[in-house]
Design a protein around this ligand. Structure first.
Ligand SMILES: Cc1cc2nc3c(=O)[nH]c(=O)nc-3n(C[C@H](O)[C@H](O)[C@H](O)COP(=O)(O)OP(=O)(O)OC[C@H]3O[C@@H](n4cnc5c(N)ncnc54)[C@H](O)[C@@H]3O)c2cc1C
Length: 375
């Protein structure tokens, strides 16, 4: 493989670029924004994906902090679970990290350097016999052995392959924000989740004196014409102390609206020399906290295949065969996560809370093992 053209400079596109450059394969990444516009949000990257980023020398400790304990609080605010994420992650070779997304993207963009072109919005893509070409809004184009669509949930590359594919919207959404201080009730290296009827909220230490927090509703969408704080006050059954502190320490402008959607049934992920990965191929709702991890794992698997396999059709088939079952499982897990954490059924919530607070140690280890290894 001589040259790979990557559309999208998010977590998937940048990981793919660094993994290919490490193997000596030429890349160009085209990002539609003319500078880093990633909002101040954060995410949790599990141990297996952190290990992959570390193989690329991404300094994750500068842009986030290891997660030690994930707390879950049940329907009436009581703590129902403390998951020992740090200990179990390290037993698999790498910490799981809570990360400031913008800092991570800035850092990886710097590492990609001159091979990243900002302000290059892709408007169409085309296959030719031995290459694929991407065309940009400014009239320029770029040709490679393959064009990889890492352009997220609303992918232009996907639209060329599957013009009728549409995200399935889940009638759920909310707000996520990063604050440059710690709410007093949040301990360092902790994530606290609150599962209430119709609503899930959470807050986590992301290092560098910052915290991220979110509130999401099920069967209710964020309304941009009304105060976000008022919507939270009206929608939550009760506001946990730490979320109240976050609300007091954050401005509405810092709160980014999100609406949950996913893309379960897309098949195939390629056509000729055009290929999709990350959210472009398998967008997921955020309730399993695994979409970015899946994009990182996609990038690694693809880089290895592009390095070793010269038959393009064979490698694209193999890539999908290897990654699609995992990606589909993440999407289903996330739908289940939404259902379980925001159920309105008193009976189901009682069973859930009782079950989670009585998990034996060996079973908890199994559950956390699965989360941190993406198994
Ligand atoms: C609220 C929320 C919380 C989440 N929390 C987690 C979490 O804790 N853990 C986790 O693993 N995942 C999480 N996710 C999921 C995760 O954010 C996504 O799965 C991940 O960002 C997908 O990476 P990607 O590179 O495929 O796409 P994106 O991150 O969306 O990047 C796509 C890039 O392509 C660019 N682009 C788009 N169109 C074009 C174009 N036409 N031309 C050029 N460039 C273009 C965009 O500007 C962007 O930079 C969360 C998602 C949300 C919404």
């Amino acid at each position: 493989m001589n040259k790979v053209v990557i559309i999208g400079g998010g977590i998937g596109g940048l990981t793919l670029a660094l993994a290919l450059k490490q193997r000596g394969i030429a890349v160009t990444v085209h990002e539609k924004y003319d500078h880093q516009q990633h909002h101040q949000t954060g995410f949790l990257i599990w141990s297996y994906a952190i290990a992959l980023l570390q193989k690329l020398d991404v300094p994750v400790h500068l842009v986030g902090t290891p997660l030690e304990v994930f707390e879950v609080h049940g329907r009436s605010g009581q703590k129902i679970s403390e998951m020992p994420i740090g200990k179990i992650s390290r037993s698999h070779g790498a910490d799981s990290f809570e990360i400031n997304r913008r800092r991570l993207i800035e850092c990886m963009s710097d590492m990609v350097g001159d091979d990243l072109e900002f302000g290059h919005k892709c408007v169409s893509v085309e296959n030719s016999k031995d290459s694929a070409v991407a065309f940009f809004e400014d009239g320029s184009s770029d040709e490679g052995d393959v064009v990889v669509g890492c352009d997220g949930a609303h992918s232009v590359v996907r639209a060329a392959i599957h013009p009728d594919a549409e995200l399935k919207m889940l009638d759920a959404g909310g707000w996520i924000a990063v604050m440059d201080q710690h709410p007093p009730s949040l301990q360092k290296n902790r994530h606290m989740d609150f599962w209430q009827p119709g609503c899930k909220a959470g807050v986590a230490d992301i290092g560098n004196g910052e915290a991220r927090w979110y509130v999401g509703f099920n069967h209710r969408l964020p309304d941009d014409s009304v105060s976000k704080m008022e919507q939270i006050k009206k929608g939550m059954v009760h506001i946990p102390e730490v979320i109240q502190q976050c609300m007091e320490m954050t401005t509405e402008l810092q709160m980014v609206s999100t609406k949950a959607g996913d893309l379960l049934a897309l098949d195939p992920w390629y056509q000729g020399r055009l290929l999709l990965m990350g959210d472009a191929a398998h967008a997921t709702s955020p309730y399993a906290g695994m979409g970015a991890c899946a994009a990182i794992a996609d990038a690694f698997a693809l880089a290895e295949m592009l390095d070793q396999q010269t038959d393009v059709e064979m490698l694209l088939t193999e890539f999908q065969k290897q990654r699609k079952p995992v990606a589909d499982a993440v999407i289903k897990e996330s739908r289940h996560g939404l259902d379980m954490s925001t159920s309105r059924s008193r009976f189901r919530n009682w069973i859930r809370d009782w079950g989670l607070s009585h998990i034996p140690e060996h079973k908890m280890k199994e559950i956390v093992d699965e989360m941190v290894t993406g198994g």
